[in-house]
Design a protein around this ligand. Structure first.
Ligand code: ADP
Ligand code: MG
Length: 347
């Protein structure tokens, strides 16, 4: 797949302070990319820079190999062929759904009505054309906003936390629906979110951002199993760090025993590291001599997240299928089963 959008070393600044530093990203045609990071890390600023709503002070942004932003060139937003959907439902309250959607269309041709009907069908709102925004639920309003963005036939759609005003159940459902709509229409999109479940559900590739800097641009699987640094390891998923000592280039001695990895770790033999243990790295095993005490449990439906205490007092997290129903205070046996051993220099 060819590159559609490229950000090369861009920086953005407000009031003399850089809030985006040297940020690079390449989005291919048809890909759904995601910008994920805590509030204030610069996600919306990057999206606005792509849309042409913020200038960049360094670097270059190209769309289809055409420069749309650089410190010396700024293509106006309406010339970029980029659609946007925002968190707040930015529909015109005095226009019905049909007119909200056709507002986004470039040509006002006769085929117009047919196209509005097609778009309503794509977003699953057949028959809603004559309703006004206040007669729709939050989820339906966001689907109209998506239809309006699609109406302009943009090269790429940018979505800035489009589901965060919705309650959790609807958010999950709508984010999957939107993913299907975008993939079926072969639309390239960038979704901004601070919610990793949403990022995991929707995107092909995820950029994790911290303080305006790209930390890792990768699949959900790799972010979880192969985080490149401590920030990503902490931000993505759950887990604890255990102290360990490198006893060979790829093996670490810890309280859970000697754990073998699938790579060589930095630091020589004898150096100390922090090893990331995910809840799914710990398996229940009543026969195991490795005994721990349950200190907390959280029922999550298909699994239970246990907080466990090792003999030394060090805590561990473990997720077991929920028929392993242990009580707080119970002593149980466990076994580490670590496919991807992640170790960082000791902190
Ligand atoms: P996010 O979308 O990840 O929450 P933003 O891109 O909105 O983050 O903001 C990044 C940083 O820039 C934050 O520190 C925010 O306070 C600051 N910021 C955002 N917009 C402006 C603005 N218009 N003027 C000054 N500072 C801003
Ligand atoms: Mg934002």
């Amino acid at each position: 797949m060819s590159t559609l959008l490229e950000l090369k070393n861009i920086s953005c600044r407000y009031d003399h302070a850089d809030v985006v530093h040297n940020f690079s990203l390449r989005v291919r045609k048809g890909e759904i990319a995601c910008l994920l990071g805590p509030s204030g890390c610069g996600k919306s600023t990057i999206l606005r820079a792509i849309a042409g709503l913020e200038p960049i002070v360094d670097g270059v942004i190209t769309l289809n190999d055409v420069i749309i932003s650089s410190p010396s060139l700024h293509m106006p937003p309406e010339k970029r062929g980029i659609g946007m959907v925002f968190q707040e439902y930015a529909l015109f309250p005095h226009l019905d759904v049909e007119r909200n959607i056709s507002f986004g269309m470039r040509s006002k041709s006769a085929s117009h009505a047919g196209k509005v009907a097609d778009l309503l069908e794509i977003v699953g709102l057949q028959g809603f054309g004559k309703r006004y925004p206040h007669e729709l639920s939050g989820g339906q309003q966001q689907r109209v906003a998506l239809a309006r963005a699609l109406a302009a036939e943009p090269q790429i759609i940018l979505l800035d936390e489009p589901f965060s005003n919705l309650d959790i159940e609807l958010r999950e459902k709508l984010s999957l629906e939107v993913k299907d709509i975008l993939s079926e229409q072969n639309i390239t999109a960038i979704l901004v979110t601070h919610d990793q479940a949403e990022a995991f559900a929707v995107s092909d590739a995820i950029a994790v951002i911290h303080e305006g800097k790209l930390q890792q641009w990768d699949s959900a699987y790799n972010l979880y199993h192969d985080p490149v640094n401590r920030f990503v390891a902490d931000f993505i998923g759950q887990g604890v760090f255990l102290k360990g000592e490198l006893v060979s280039p790829d093996a670490v001695k810890t309280e859970l025993g000697t754990l073998r990895g699938d790579r060589a770790y930095t630091g020589g033999v004898g150096s100390f590291v922090d090893v990331l243990i995910r809840p799914d790295d710990i398996l229940p095993d009543e026969q195991s001599p490795l005994r721990v005490t349950v200190t907390q449990k959280a029922f999550r439906g298909s699994d239970i997240l246990y907080t466990l205490k090792m003999k030394s007092g060090t805590p561990l997290l473990a997720s077991f299928p929920s028929h392993y129903n242990h009580y707080v205070g119970e002593e149980i046996g466990i076994n580490p089963d670590i496919q991807h051993l992640i170790a960082f220099d000791e902190q």
